[in-house]
Design a protein. Structure first.
Length: 69
């Protein structure tokens, strides 16, 4: 991979990075749509439990939401 990047000039590398970012964004959008379809099928109680578990798991892995003031 580094050898391939070394063959590109800076503008080409920026284009490549932008294309990869767009691909990651498209994947995230697809996952978000699938998740929302799943989540919508849950009862309110299940959603509450899911939300609590997801937040707990995220914090356990060391990822904390940043609060904006």
């Amino acid at each position: 991979m580094r050898a391939e990047l070394a063959k590109l000039d800076t503008a080409q590398r920026m284009d490549l990075m932008a294309a990869r970012a767009e691909a990651r964004h498209a994947q995230m959008a697809g996952r978000a749509a699938a998740f929302k379809a799943f989540y919508a099928q849950l009862t309110p109680e299940q959603q509450k439990a899911f939300d609590a578990e997801a937040l707990s798991a995220r914090q356990h892995r060391g990822h904390h939401f940043r609060h904006q003031s």
